[in-house]
Design a protein around this ligand. Structure first.
Ligand code: ADP
Ligand code: MG
Length: 255
């Protein structure tokens, strides 16, 4: 797979909700090993776009190719197995599980629905669990939450909860990591920390598709940016060209 230069190719992607066309004929290509940001004003269709890419929403039209294979209409669970994982605009954590469990077991409950297995745990499973806990701790170190491993997720700050979701997504060992507003609710210090984490993730060879409103951060960490408005692409290019594009400025003025 790694010889395919484009990790994700989206063509004519369209989503209609009744009379509303949330995404309208979007073309977008993500190069392997890059941080690609999808930006645009509120309601532009960003979340709907990544929901289609990650198998949450079914496209009305268009195609999605991941790692050289068409995945249009594939469900989230299958895509996770194929190397695509994500975080959400609004955090989704298991508050009855500890921080480290949310990375390890949380991931398992979420992705393979083995709730019965988790209740009637076998010895082999317990051994596997120790291994996954060890691995989960490694991801907690990346987000600097290893000292909070046994805490309840509800006791974490909003920013820490978002980072915890990121650790869980990384635990799935994705080729492409999709992040919907990862810095919403993060303090300025946490946002700077997040930028460093993103660099680490990219250096580990993981490609990233990110929706984000923090423009300084987007300009700093993106290799490439796609701008959408009213579901349509209005600009794309490197941060410098997007930053100075008058069409982009006009789109944001209306906000
Ligand atoms: P963004 O993430 O860029 O803020 P969204 O993708 O969430 O935008 O929404 C794009 C448009 O689609 C908005 O007009 C929104 O109201 C509409 N929309 C999103 N999800 C749904 C849904 N499940 N049902 C109906 N309309 C939706
Ligand atoms: Mg959104």
């Amino acid at each position: 797979n790694s010889e395919i230069e484009d990790i994700l190719v989206v063509k004519g992607l369209t989503k209609r909700f009744g009379g509303v066309t949330a995404v309208d004929g979007l073309d977008m290509t993500i190069k392997r090993g890059t941080v690609h940001s999808l930006i645009g004003p509120n309601g532009a269709g960003k979340s709907t776009t990544v929901n289609m890419i990650t198998g949450i929403d079914k496209p009305s039209e268009g195609s999605i190719t991941f790692n050289g294979k068409e995945i249009t209409g594939d469900k989230f669970f299958n895509l996770t197995k194929k190397g695509l994982s994500r975080t959400y605009q609004h955090v989704r954590l298991f508050n009855n599980l500890s921080v480290v469990e949310n990375v390890a077991i949380g991931g398992r409950l979420f992705y393979s629905y083995s709730i019965i297995d988790s209740i009637f745990r076998t010895r082999k499973m317990k051994k596997e669990e120790r291994k996954s806990f060890h691995e989960a701790m490694e991801y907690l170190k990346i987000i600097n939450l290893n000292d909070k491993a046994n805490y309840d997720p509800e006791s974490l700050s909003a920013g820490q909860q978002k980072l915890l979701e990121l650790a869980r997504a990384l635990y799935m060992k994705p080729d492409l990591l999709v992040l919907d507003e990862p810095c919403a609710g993060l303090s300025e210090t946490e946002t700077m920390e997040f930028a460093k984490i993103i660099h680490k993730i990219r250096n580990a060879g993981i490609s990233i598709l990110m929706i984000e409103h923090h423009m300084d951060l987007v300009m700093e960490i993106s290799d490439y940016i796609t701008v959408i408005d009213y579901g349509k692409k209005i600009a794309e290019g490197d941060p410098a060209s997007v930053n100075t594009n008058p069409v982009v400025k006009t789109a944001y003025l209306g906000e």
